[in-house]
Design a protein around this ligand. Structure first.
Ligand SMILES: [Zn+2]
Length: 459
């Protein structure tokens, strides 16, 4: 905890809670307005990428000695040093003045600006209390344990459901895998390999609540899904990084979405550095995989989108057609999903070959299956804007719940070796995504959720 006491108004900054990340720098009065400076703490150094990632932040500001509503300016001094500084433009900080565990109580601060390398916003403190500021509404480990507890209770009454630990993280947390369903196709859905992408676990919560019918509603879609699929769902791949408030790595600096295969002399996955991936991949080898979905959040693009395994060794007309049909069906099921904007796929097989350590590429190739990375925005969702809340925990949950429709839609074709695509409607055709949209000028080319052209990754 840091104490930013100044005369008259007292502002205390703290990140000493589950998923907190920021350190207090200074506070001062500027033109009569209290201004508080903080810095984001970097993740543990990542040996493979040779970088200390950072961008996620979450902190508590406790104000005392105000006798009337008072504006305070907050400044993140080192915003320009973040992993994706271009992403700050268009970002609006999330705030909560009541209960940080209540995802419905988070709103967007529309005064947020990226100016002179700093991220700054003005918050009106109405009375003496704590306000929370975060890059996206947190999904704490306490909430994770609560979710697992609900699922365990529900699973006790469902013969084909179970919550098992595939192993432990380096901090000793369980790597939980939720299984349910009696179908003949194996569907793996993993979430939050990058711990700062908290929307991914909100998505998992929405999916699992629906699959286990925890909302207690009649749902024929769930019945069909459980008859056709056997689900393996990992709600949180990186709890150690989540508790630390990391953006991209676990407790020892491993970016889990680069740990799915050995690259050069960098061995992966290993029990010493990435047991999360090691245990999940081992279990996948045991079960096989017919469909794989890896759920993330993207700092830059203000859209929901799905990235595929284009140009990998397994990519074929069959996988391209499955991918197209899945994304088109998802768009029909939930208008927050769209097909056109996303990461441009790699231009060659050689380019894709450099990234076989990415989960989607590795799993799709290893099992010759439809493999996809789903990305949600940190910003507002430009295809369906909401200035008050932006892209939110509730909409992440809804997007997770609505994935069952597209899963059922592609189910009949997952292992179909005929030219099934000739029977699908034209709107199901694969759409090659691009990232060139009005008002957005990416500074560097992106590939696979996060690889910048300037990245020091070598093939
Ligand atoms: Zn990610």
């Amino acid at each position: 905890m840091s104490d930013g006491s100044i005369p008259d108004v007292q502002v205390c900054i703290s990140d000493a809670y589950d998923s907190g990340n920021v350190e207090f720098v200074s506070s001062e009065r500027v033109d009569g307005v209290w201004t508080v400076h903080v810095r984001i703490k970097p993740d543990v150094y990542t040996a493979l990428e040779k970088i200390s990632h950072m961008q996620y932040f979450s902190f508590r500001a406790t104000v005392n000695n105000i006798s009337k509503p008072t504006k305070i300016v907050y400044v993140i001094d080192n915003a320009s040093k973040a992993s994706y500084p271009a992403a700050w433009t268009g970002t609006t900080v999330c705030y909560n003045t009541t209960d940080p565990e209540d995802s419905e109580a988070w709103f967007r601060n529309s005064t947020t600006r990226y100016v002179d390398g700093t991220l700054t916003w003005t918050h009106l403190h109405v009375y003496n209390c704590s306000s929370y500021f975060s890059y996206f509404p947190p999904f704490t480990y306490a909430r994770h344990l609560k979710l697992v507890g609900h699922l365990q209770l529900a699973a006790a009454k469902i013969p084909h459901a179970n919550v098992e630990s595939l192993g432990q993280t380096l901090d000793g947390r369980e790597i939980e895998c939720v299984t349910i369903g009696t179908g003949d196709k194996i569907c793996w859905i993993i979430h939050r390999q990058h711990p700062g992408e908290t929307m991914a676990e909100h998505y998992a919560e929405g999916l699992l609540y629906r699959l286990f019918r925890l909302d207690d509603v009649e749902d024929p879609i769930v019945e069909q899904a459980l008859q056709r699929f056997r689900f393996y769902v990992v709600p949180c791949m990186c709890p150690d990084g989540g508790v630390r408030g990391h953006l991209r790595t676990n407790g020892v600096g491993a970016n889990l979405n680069r740990e799915w295969a050995t690259k050069g002399d960098y061995q992966a996955p290993t029990l010493e550095r990435s047991p999360e991936v090691y245990h999940v991949l081992h279990k996948m080898d045991e079960t096989g995989v017919d469909l794989f979905l890896d759920v993330h959040g993207d700092e830059e693009l203000p859209y929901n989108f799905i990235s595929g395994a284009e140009q990998t060794p397994a990519w074929s007309k069959r996988l391209e057609s499955l991918h197209g049909a899945f994304v088109a069906s998802y768009h029909r099921a939930n208008s927050d999903m769209q097909q056109e904007i996303g990461y441009p796929p790699p231009e060659s097989r050689e380019e894709a070959q450099k990234y076989m350590n990415v989960a989607t590429n590795q799993v799709s190739t290893r099992f010759d299956c439809l493999g996809m990375t789903l990305e949600m925005p940190f910003k507002d969702c430009e295809s369906n804007v909401d200035p008050d809340r932006g892209w939110s925990a509730a909409r992440s949950r809804a997007l997770g719940a609505s994935v069952l429709g597209p899963l059922l839609y592609v189910y009949p074709y997952l292992r179909d070796e005929t030219e099934f695509w000739t029977t699908l409607p034209p709107e199901d055709a694969y759409v090659e995504p691009h990232d060139d949209y009005q008002g957005f000028k990416p500074l560097t080319k992106r590939l696979y959720s996060d690889v910048r052209a300037t990245s020091s990754i070598t093939s």
